[in-house]
Design a protein around this ligand. Structure first.
Ligand SMILES: Nc1ncnc2c1ncn2[C@@H]1O[C@H](COP(=O)(O)OP(=O)(O)O)[C@@H](O)[C@H]1O
Ligand SMILES: [Mg+2]
Length: 295
C-alpha cells in the first residue's frame, strides 16, 4: 500500500502475540491500522492465515460493514500486485463468510451453532429489554415467595436483617442489583461466593480486620469529627454573653466524650467506647435570665 504509516501506527501493525489496546482520536487511523494488521496476517509469512480464521468485532453494524469493505478492497489491491496468488484469491471468497461482525451478532452466531451444548431450544430468540425486565421481576417474585413459604432459618435471618417495614421492595432491588453486578463478571457464581466469604467472620477481632470494616471506621470517624466540631460551636455559644449558660456543663461533658471517641483509631476501640457512652441530662432552662432566643 502507498500509505506511509507513522512510527506508532507501524508499531501497532507489526506487534504480534500479545494483547494491544489502541486508543487514539477519531480519524487518526485506528481502523486503517487494524485493516493493515489483518492484511498482514493473511498475506505474510509461509503460512498466512485464512480470513475466516480471524474474529473481527465492532460495536455497530455500520462499522462492521466498513471493516469488511476495507479488508475486501485491501485484498483486491494485494491481488493486483500478486495476480497469481491462489491464497489471495481464496481470501476474496472467504471474506463473505468471515467473522467481521458486531459483538452481538457474534454471540448470537456462537449460540446458534452450539445451542444444544447449553440445553437451549433451537427456536430460541433474543428478548427485548422490556420483556426481559418483566421476566426477571417474575422470577424474582417467585423466588421470594417460595422462600417466604419455606422460611428456612437462613432466609428468616436475611429477611429480618434487610426487610424494612411492610415492603420488601428494597430487598428485591438489592437481589436484582447483585444479580446484574455479578453477571458482569466472567464467573458470576464464583464472585458471589467470594462475596459471602467476606461475611464469614468467627469473632470480633476478625470482624475488626475485615476489608469492609476499614471504610466503615473511616466513615464513623469522619461523622464523629463532625460532631466534635458542632459541639465546640455549641460550647462557644453557651459562653456568649446572655448565652444559654445552663447548658454549658452538659455540652462541655459531651464534647469531652466525643473528643475521646473521635480519637479512637480502630473498630474495637470505637465499639467499646461507643457502647459505653452515657449522656448527662440537659438541665431545665427554667429561671434562665439570658437571651431566650439563644436557648
Ligand atoms: N499514516 C497515514 N497516512 C495517510 N492517511 C492515513 C494514515 N493513517 C490513516 N489514514 C487515513 O485517514 C483516514 C481516517 O482513518 P481511520 O482509520 O478511518 O480513522 P479512525 O478509525 O481512527 O477513525 C482514512 O482515510 C485513512 O486511510
Ligand atoms: Mg474507525
Amino acid at each position: 500500500m502507498g500509505v506511509s504509516w507513522t512510527r506508532e501506527q507501524q508499531q501497532v501493525i507489526d506487534l504480534r502475540k500479545r494483547n494491544i489496546l489502541v486508543s487514539a482520536a477519531a480519524g487518526s487511523g485506528k481502523t486503517a491500522v487494524l485493516v493493515e494488521r489483518i492484511i498482514k496476517m493473511i498475506t505474510e509469512g509461509e503460512h498466512p492465515v485464512d480470513i475466516d480464521r480471524l474474529l473481527v468485532v465492532t460495536f455497530t453494524n455500520a462499522a462492521a460493514a466498513e471493516m469488511r469493505e476495507r479488508i475486501g478492497a485491501a485484498i483486491e489491491k494485494a491481488l493486483e500486485e500478486h495476480p497469481d496468488s491462489e491464497h489471495l484469491q481464496r481470501q476474496l471468497t472467504l471474506i463473505h463468510n468471515a467473522q467481521i461482525t458486531t459483538i452481538d451478532s457474534f454471540c448470537l452466531y456462537v449460540i446458534r451453532n452450539h445451542f444444544h451444548e447449553i440445553d437451549l431450544e433451537p427456536d430460541f430468540r433474543i428478548g427485548d429489554e422490556g420483556e426481559l425486565k418483566l421476566l426477571k421481576e417474575d422470577v424474582l417474585r417467585g423466588v421470594l415467595e417460595s422462600n417466604y413459604e419455606q422460611m428456612s432459618p437462613e432466609f428468616a435471618a436475611f429477611a429480618k436483617g434487610y426487610v424494612s417495614g411492610k415492603s420488601d421492595a428494597k430487598v428485591a432491588e438489592m437481589i436484582l442489583s447483585l444479580y446484574e453486578f455479578s453477571m458482569s463478571y466472567p464467573w458470576p457464581m464464583e464472585w458471589l461466593t467470594s462475596g459471602i466469604r467476606g461475611y464469614e467472620i468467627p469473632d470480633v477481632q476478625k470482624m475488626a480486620e475485615a476489608p469492609w470494616m476499614q471504610p466503615l471506621v473511616l466513615h464513623l470517624r469522619s461523622v464523629l469529627a463532625d460532631l466534635v466540631k458542632k459541639l465546640r460551636i455549641a460550647h462557644v455559644l453557651t459562653l456568649e454573653e446572655n448565652g444559654p449558660d445552663v447548658y454549658e456543663k452538659v455540652i462541655a461533658s459531651d464534647l469531652a466524650k466525643f473528643e475521646e471517641l473521635a480519637a479512637c483509631k480502630n473498630f474495637l476501640e470505637l465499639y467499646e467506647k461507643l457502647t459505653a457512652v452515657t449522656y448527662d441530662r440537659l438541665p431545665s432552662s427554667r429561671g434562665f435570665s439570658g437571651d431566650a432566643g439563644k436557648l
